[in-house]
Design a protein around this ligand. Structure first.
Ligand code: NAD
Length: 353
């Protein structure tokens, strides 16, 4: 099998590429990336060591696909992945990569009759509707009540039938627009496709920063003994996310890759789920235990643009369809990230400190 992974030097792309090559040494894996993300350059030697072929290219350029060989599957994992991207009034890079670039990837897949696996996001769900849900305020976190005003929301989390009307950030919109096009290519061009709407994905080799990669940011700031802040929602750090270890995501993508007929045309929410969720306050406590460091965390009452109080994935559909469910919990994720920081401190310090 030949596979092209776009964003192949990024966190998710490189993790999938290396795991695939390790598990299927006969497969030929190409990782295409323009190295826009600071830190992706550190993955080049890891890709090379694993036997993944790196292609320096930009999905915004149609011409960059011409030099690529035919493949059986495209895994589209390149993006400007920040929910704040473009909100400052400069959306060009975001739209050209996340939307027009995805179209170039689709056309390349079509040319070679390759299957198409898309990394989408929970950010396709509109902010105001998420914020209008019924919450319960518990001692250390917000939780979703059983009774909710819209379909697709329950105490288990957010499911695929959650309403899609309303603004969601430019990032979420470029992803949703790509999803719509993918569905058209599936229906009218018979392209085999699957869309995974992921919540927070994390693990070692994520170059976490304030606007993207909160879990690594949180562990790194504890590890390097710096400062953090609880922004918004009263400044108490009760906002919740579920966290999916990239190794768990790999198991799902591996299954889809080898069972494409069973997921063809599907849109699936995939995340850590309630079992692997934490509020910032709870995450702080785990980070303190794992790193042995207690750092200053300031409370900022003002809620940040495009922020949401809570997102937890309801994995019911993906589990029913594929049998997959995440296995790695928050504590293990924090331990692995802390270990990775320790082992690679010299390289990671300038990026994550
Ligand atoms: N990490 C998460 O929490 C998360 C959650 C949901 C969805 N996703 C999606 O998963 C995918 C991977 O995200 P990630 O966390 O690995 O982000 P990342 O920033 O680590 O990786 C993305 C890679 O794409 C590359 N890239 C950016 N623009 C490009 C372009 N024009 N041409 C070629 N390469 C380009 C970057 O250099 C980077 O290496 C993205 O599509 C993202 O939207 C991520």
């Amino acid at each position: 099998m030949k596979i092209l992974i776009t964003g192949g030097a990024g966190f998710v792309g490189s993790s999938l590429a290396i795991a695939l090559k390790n598990n299927y040494p006969d497969y030929q894996i190409f990782a295409l990336d323009n190295l826009k993300r600071r830190g992706s350059e550190l993955n080049l030697s890891r890709l090379k060591k694993a036997g993944v072929e790196f292609v320096h290219g930009d999905i915004r350029n149609k011409e960059d696909f011409d030099a690529l060989p035919a493949v059986d599957t495209v895994i589209e994992a390149s993006a400007e992945p920040s929910v704040l991207a473009g909100l400052d009034g400069t959306p060009d890079y975001l739209i050209n990569t996340n939307l027009f670039g995805t179209v170039n990837c689709l056309n390349y897949a079509l040319k070679h009759k390759a299957a198409f696996i898309f990394l989408s996001t929970s950010r396709v769900y509109p902010i105001k509707t998420l914020e209008s849900l019924n919450f319960v305020e518990e001692e250390t976190r917000f939780a979703l009540a059983d009774d909710q005003p819209v379909p697709g929301a329950s105490s288990r989390g957010i499911a695929e039938d959650f309403p899609l009307d309303g603004p969601r950030s430019l990032y979420g919109t470029t992803k949703l627009a790509s999803e719509l096009l993918i569905q058209e290519y599936n229906e009218f061009y018979n392209l085999k496709t699957v869309i995974n709407r992921c919540g927070v994905i994390t693990g070692p080799w994520q170059m976490g920063k304030v606007d993207q990669g909160v879990m690594v940011l949180w562990v790194a700031k504890h590890y390097f003994q710096q400062q953090l802040g609880y922004f918004g929602y009263g400044g108490t750090g009760k906002q919740i996310r579920d966290m999916l270890h990239v190794a768990d995501l790999y198991r799902l993508i591996d299954w889809q890759l080898h069972n494409l007929d069973k997921v063809d045309g599907q849109i699936l929410n995939a995340g850590g789920g309630l079992e692997s969720s934490a509020s910032l306050q709870e995450l702080t406590e785990i980070c303190q235990k794992v790193t042995g460091h207690t750092i200053p965390i300031k409370a900022v009452a003002e809620t940040r643009t495009a922020d949401i109080r809570l997102y937890v994935t309801d994995n019911t559909r993906v589990t029913e369809l594929t049998g997959w469910k995440p296995e790695i919990g928050i504590r293990q994720i924090v331990e692995e990230i802390a270990e990775w920081l320790k082992e690679n401190e010299a390289d990671l310090g300038p990026i994550l400190r």
